[in-house]
Design a protein around this ligand. Structure first.
Ligand code: CAA
Length: 381
């Protein structure tokens, strides 16, 4: 088993770490407080090749691997979890399925500028009445005589939605009471009938805008159909197998920031005649935080490395996301405990980490969905 990073992976990791510390971290509190979309950070991430990191260079990407993607995602999220998820949606949920299932025209015209970060992409699966039970969506698309589709319905909680040029929208193309068939359409924001609502006011990742999007008789030309008609549920599931690695890495980044801050604080804060780092109560918390973080990191890098090898990694991605997200919440909880009352006020960043952590257990499949996926794969044998 290979645990060491290659020279290239280590170099990109260092670049991401320096960039995040210098250009993102100083702005993270303000972005959170004001819920401002971080235009300048997205532009810089694009310049560094982080918006299409694992996409081949011929299609505008950086041509790197998924292990590097996970390493960079962790560093960006360690500085600012909002910037992390913006990067993750563009890479995992838009560029990756376009590269895997797109036509040559879609790769040249849509994937290339998106992987370069000149425009952004989003992923439309969730609806107001279907989150975990994604198959039961209500959005429909009807094939027209000229091969185009007429799209009607709505999607919600669409991260990056208000800023995306295109959204991959999943819709029922052949209704059926038990086994409806789905088709994926690449919807461009200027197609008539496409409407984006105001962005959601969220508890955490506040600068990463998400919103509801409405489709009212949107005519989607046939060149914008992604993959095989009627088979899009599998496209969604395969995409989420990759996306969950990104969210696991985001959770690692948030957790690492909370651990670093807890260690620094415990070496400064004095109580009972010395710094609190000298107290076993604090030391045990720090030890548990580090062990959970390291275990989740190994699972995440294993899933990313399996993706690089082209091996099925459904269960491994689910395990990585499940452990990383739940560990992240526990780690941030302990970080606040170590900070005491100071951890509860926004002057100290662990308060933000605690709020940011919570979403990682919800999006791209709740913890309960990850358990369903892991158990289903184990029981199938
Ligand atoms: N790879 C390939 N195919 C897969 C697959 C995978 N990982 N998972 C399922 N499939 C296939 C199955 O083999 C099956 O195929 P057949 O019809 O040919 O038999 C088909 O897909 C249906 O699978 P299931 O019977 O398992 O489907 P289900 O309805 O029971 O649901 C589920 C499965 C895992 C619960 C799924 O609904 C799910 O993942 N739900 C969570 C949705 C989710 O993660 N949403 C996140 C939204 S995106 C987001 O959050 C972005 C953001 O904000 C940042």
């Amino acid at each position: 088993m290979q645990f060491d990073l290659t020279e290239d992976q280590a170099l990109v990791l260092q670049t991401a770490r320096d960039f995040a510390a210098r250009e993102i971290e100083p702005k993270a509190a303000e972005l959170d407080r004001t819920a401002r979309w971080p235009t300048e950070i997205v532009e810089r991430m694009a310049e560094l090749g982080f918006m299409g990191l694992a996409i081949p260079t011929e299609y505008g990407g950086a041509g790197l691997d998924n292990v590097t993607y996970a390493l960079v995602m962790e560093e960006i999220s360690r500085a600012c979890a909002s910037s992390g998820v913006i990067m993750s949606v563009n890479n995992s949920l838009f560029c990756d399925p376009l590269y895997k299932f797109g036509t040559e025209w879609q790769k040249k015209e849509i994937l290339t500028p998106t992987a370069q970060g000149r425009i952004l992409g989003a992923f439309g699966l969730t609806e107001p009445a279907s989150g975990s039970d994604a198959r039961t969506m209500k959005t429909v698309c009807e094939r027209q005589g000229d091969g185009s589709f007429l799209l009607n319905g709505s999607k919600n909680f669409i991260t990056v939605g208000p800023h995306a040029e295109h959204i991959i929208v999943f819709a029922i193309s052949a209704p059926h009471p038990e086994k409806p068939k789905h088709t994926a359409l690449i919807v461009k924001k200027d197609m008539p009938g496409f409407q984006v609502a105001n962005h959601d006011e969220k508890m955490g990742i506040r600068a990463a805008h998400s919103s509801t999007i409405f489709f009212d008789n949107v005519k989607v030309p046939k060149e914008y159909v992604l993959g095989e008609e009627g088979n899009a549920f599998k496209i969604a599931m395969i995409t989420l197998d990759g996306g969950r690695i990104g969210i696991a890495a985001q959770a690692l980044g948030i957790a690492k920031a909370a651990i670093d801050r807890s260690i620094a604080y415990s070496k400064e804060r004095k109580a009972f005649g010395g710094v609190i780092a000298g107290l076993q109560a604090i030391q045990f918390m720090i030890a548990d935080m580090i062990v959970e973080y390291e275990a989740a990191r190994l699972l995440t890098l294993r899933a990313a490395s399996m993706k690089d090898k082209g091996v099925k990694h459904t269960s491994e991605s689910a395990m990585a996301k499940l452990l990383a997200s739940e560990a992240c919440t526990r780690i941030c909880h302990k970080a606040i405990q170590i900070h005491g009352g100071y951890g509860y006020i926004s002057e100290y960043a662990v308060e933000r980490h605690y709020r940011d952590a919570r979403i990682t257990e919800l999006y791209e499949g709740t913890s309960e969905i990850q358990r369903i996926v892991i158990a289903a794969n184990a029981l199938r044998g």
